[in-house]
Design a protein around this ligand. Structure first.
Ligand code: GCB
Length: 607
């Protein structure tokens, strides 16, 4: 029986994701709270630039032929010596999963296209249980096959997905094959043009997850925005019909039994008298346990409120200044995508050393563990979808793709206290079709979650020496949040001080980016581009400029660490690195790191 049939109509309604062959749910809530076996480790791979393992020589997909056979997913081995098979996974090299492919073989460094990845594993499926094959992220398109049968397709390089494999999973030996394709396309999200490395492959965890026949598919518990005296949300079971569910937060004295409605959903609305609110200074997490319908799951959830009032951002009702830094999901020391908790901790620890209480996780969803770590370490988070620069605003499929990625992000991270902002995009140029597209995304984010702020990193315009923020999207979002590169992309470190800001909205102002490239260890006078001194002076002058904005409530300068970018070819200063990091590619702090740290130390006492 196919996974499509196994899913009830109900779960289809709730969890439609971007697939072609199968409808599969958005990520199950709290995947790391589940019984699972890890399929991480070494996977054999075959580079397939012409997609020979997917199409026959008439360019017809093998998996759509009458037999469904012929592709590399058959995982064939020569059994007699006259047999012609032009691939062999067993004899092919291996790479580490999770891990992008670019960082694991020289000939893959700049590769864009298809790579086949295969992992053999042993399973012992039990009667009455359900099984899911889960991927934390595959960039960009994944076609997944289990034991030679196609499970489905997923698009989107930074969001999780899974396929139900109950009935297809065998006792004993199993084999999973993934065709990962990171080819860029104009109509996709992101589009062809970005300022980051297009790392391909299975970049996050792969898990085989075991669940009871009816399971807790999703839940949300958050401090209500309008009535902070209560915890609100829901528990969603995988099956329709009335069942009782118990929610316990022992430390807060909460133990409630609620009943699901005919759709399997039970609403939560618990008044709370005494709660220790989560904040960067005191990142208190409560143990939460949900039990019902033969399933149970534990989580650690923090409770806090976030709101705006005039030009203030209120955290737990009190004004807060967001001392932030932007970061990519990249470890410069590999260099490649973050591969586990140690890599994540390293980045967030650097942010803490800078004196941050806030991070911008640019420009796409970072991993689920990263958000859990931010919860634990007390860092507020701006979370974003890769609606970046100029995408196909008028293509309905592109919009649906963006909306799905936003849904998957919010679905996954809605219980994380650290997340205070959903960002629907970055530097998207004003036009009527774009305004409609972005406006719909803002409304969608609000419809999914009314407990957080919604924003986007806007562009600025210059009129003489005035930097104007007048993007009409500013009316719809909660923050006046914009990127501004005075001193780098326009003007220089002296001339930038002549600029003033004209902010057209009476909302909290957040500078989502400013910065300058500096090659770590290159020292010169402060008028010399690429020098640490230039970058340092630019930061100092930015602080002067920004202090003139009355509603300034935070910033996330660009960026914590140098990162790889195909757009940066200068042979001496760049070598395919964007050098705007405050920390170099070798992990060494540049002068501007301390400039920003001093500034944050100074203003810390004000808020
Ligand atoms: C930006 C983009 C960011 C780039 C940065 C730069 O405005 O949002 O993705 O990397 O500028 O360095 O130019």
């Amino acid at each position: 029986m196919s996974s499509t049939k196994i899913f009830s109509i109900l779960s289809l309604v709730f969890f439609i994701t971007i697939t072609t062959n199968a409808q599969t749910p958005s990520a199950l809530q709290n995947i790391y709270g589940r019984n699972s076996i890890s399929l991480n480790g070494r996977w054999n791979y075959i580079i397939d630039p012409y997609e020979t393992g997917f199409y026959d020589y008439r360019r017809q997909p093998f998996d759509q032929s009458a037999s469904g056979k012929g592709g590399y997913y058959d995982n064939r081995k020569q059994v007699n010596k006259s047999e012609l098979i032009e691939y062999d996974f067993d004899l092919s090299p291996t790479m580490k999963i999770p891990g992008d492919w670019n960082s694991q073989a020289e000939r893959l460094q700049l590769y864009e296209g298809t790579v086949w990845l295969r992992r053999k594993f042993v399973a012992a499926p039990k009667e009455g249980k359900k099984y899911f094959l889960y991927f934390g992220a595959v960039n960009y398109e994944a076609q997944v096959y289990l034991n030679g049968k196609k499970l489905g397709t997923h698009k989107g390089g930074f969001t999780p997905f899974q396929f139900e494999v109950t009935g297809q999973l065998k006792q004993g030996d199993n084999v999973v094959v993934v065709k990962a394709d990171n080819t860029r396309h104009a109509d996709e999200i992101p589009t062809v043009n970005t300022d980051w490395w297009n790392y391909g492959g299975i970049t996050r965890d792969v898990l085989l997850v075991e669940l009871p026949s009816t399971y807790i598919a999703d839940y949300k518990l958050q401090l209500a925005k309008s009535t902070p005296g209560s915890i609100q949300g829901y528990v969603q079971l995988s099956a329709a019909g009335k069942q009782t569910v118990t929610v316990q937060i022992a430390e807060a004295g909460i133990a409630k039994t609620i009943t699901t409605d005919t759709s399997g959903r039970a609403l939560i609305n618990f008044p709370v008298k005494k709660l220790q609110y989560w904040s960067p200074e005191d990142p208190k997490l409560y143990d939460v346990r949900i039990t019902g319908a033969g399933d149970s799951i534990s989580d650690r959830i923090g409770f806090r409120s976030i709101d705006t009032k005039g030009q203030d951002i209120l955290l737990n009702g009190k004004p807060v200044f967001l001392r932030g830094i932007s970061m990519h999901d990249e470890n410069p020391l590999i260099p490649g995508r973050l591969r586990g908790e140690a890599d994540m901790r390293m980045l967030l620890q650097w942010a803490k050393e800078l004196g941050c209480n806030y991070v911008r996780l640019a420009h796409y969803p970072h991993s689920e563990q990263m958000l859990k770590l931010a919860d634990e370490m007390g860092l507020l988070v701006w979370a974003e979808v890769p609606v970046y620069w100029t995408i196909s605003w008028q293509n309905p499929a592109t919009y649906l793709n963006a909306q799905q990625q936003l849904t998957d992000l919010v679905t996954r991270d809605k219980n994380r206290a650290s997340v205070i902002v959903w960002s629907v995009g970055n530097e998207t140029p004003i036009s009527e079709p774009r305004n409609i597209f972005m406006g719909k995304l803002v409304a969608h984010a609000r419809s999914l979650d009314d407990t957080r702020l919604v924003a986007a990193a806007l562009e600025v315009h210059r009129k003489d020496n005035i930097i104007v923020i007048e993007d009409p999207l500013g009316d719809q979002i909660d923050l006046v949040s914009f990127n501004e590169y005075a001193g780098w992309y326009f003007s220089d470190t002296k001339g930038m001080l002549d600029y003033r800001f004209d902010v057209k909205f009476n909302k909290p102002v957040i500078i989502t980016e400013f910065g300058a490239d500096a090659l770590g260890g290159f020292h010169a006078d402060d008028a010399t581009r690429w020098s640490e001194e230039f970058q340092e002076l630019l930061y100092q002058n930015q602080f002067k400029m920004l202090s003139a904005i009355p509603g300034l409530r935070g910033m996330t300068p660009w960026i914590l660490v140098d990162f790889r970018s195909p757009r940066r070819p200068h042979p001496v200063y760049q070598d395919f690195w964007n050098r705007k990091g405050l920390i170099s590619e070798t992990g060494k702090k540049k002068k501007a790191f301390f400039t920003l740290k001093n500034y944050y130390d100074r203003i810390k006492t004000k808020y």
